[in-house]
Write a protein that binds this ligand. Sequence first.
Ligand SMILES: C[S@@+](CC[C@H](N)C(=O)[O-])C[C@H]1O[C@@H](n2cnc3c(N)ncnc32)[C@H](O)[C@@H]1O
Length: 381
Amino acid sequence: MKQPFAHSMMPQASHDELARQIFATSLRMHIEDEVMAGDELLYEKKVKPAMALANGAALQNYKDIRKHMEREPYYQMWSSLVKTGKEMLWDSVGESVERQLPELIARSKPAKPLGSLTLDPALPVPRYHAACDIHWMPGAYHREITKDDVYAGALYDRGSYYVVAAIMGKAGNNLPDKTHTARGAFHYLDQHHPNFRPKRILDLGCAIGSSTVPYTDKFPDAEVHGIDVGAPLLRYGHARAEAMGKRVHFSQQNAERTNFPDGYFDLVVSHAMAHETSSKAIRNLLKESYRLLAPGGLSYHTERKFFYGLSDYEAYLNDWDTFYENEPFKGTLRECDPRDLMREAGFASSEIFFFGTNRAGGFFEPGHPQAFGSIFGARKV
Ligand SMILES: C[S@@+](CC[C@H](N)C(=O)[O-])C[C@H]1O[C@@H](n2cnc3c(N)ncnc32)[C@H](O)[C@@H]1O
């Protein structure tokens, strides 16, 4: 399989480490493609008919499906394999990062940076991050194991490449070496706002800047900022952007309440962040985005699919992460209609949009079978 894009901050793998990383990814691909097919068969042939007999079809929803499936040995095997496979993946990448940590820390302090890094050691980590290691990433995004630590950032950079490849099953073998979560949003901008030229851009929950850096290429004249709560991510992200010759201003801030002035930005975005917050936090950060936008500015958020329009079986499968992947808010977010959240945050109904998206730049009704992800947002009038 192809390997992650090798800029000079990327932790490298020895021969044996690479073998373990590819094995762990391939195991997860096999589970996605082959073992998961058995789960659907189990549902169609056994669980669905049994549920219909017990409850009557009208009473079924995706939450009932989980309760019934959990009693089945095949489901239990599939479910524990997914979790073990994910833990193996992080562990296999963690080995490479631990071995190179001192060098990575030394390399993370560029002498003449183009951009900037502002940390706030007093910033509290929100409970929705401190309470569990999100998606089983050891230490989550914020934990520090040594001085000037970049461990979480390096783990996320190399590890998330394999995690995404694994989720795609066999198709993950063709994952390009350079991927970023802002791609769907760029299709949206190209198709819906081709003449939009923001002067200041803010990426909320930027992690290591993999969604932020592409904005410096898309809008080379803009001032690009990324904020996150995790210091080890930001140290690594700053060094990574510098290694690529990109000017980004990273700061450690909570997106629910930032220190930027009112109306400072023309574009406020987040990528794959909303589902890792909480019911209260998402409302706060949407309100904060509204405050930060100049009139005429645009805000959007990209995510995987919402449950909107999915079959009960698909919704049950997508909801697995809520219970077993340490992503406790995922289901609650995907159950809601994000247009309501945008209205609550102050955006005018007429300006709000919500689409299902795919990698090729298609836009669909949310929940459409061809949609892989989603984008919601609004312009501030
Ligand atoms: C799944 S990562 C996505 C990172 C990046 N946008 C990307 O596409 O690769 C979600 C990030 O959101 C950050 N985050 C979550 N809640 C936050 C908050 N309230 N303020 C700032 N960052 C937050 C987490 O620390 C994490 O780095």
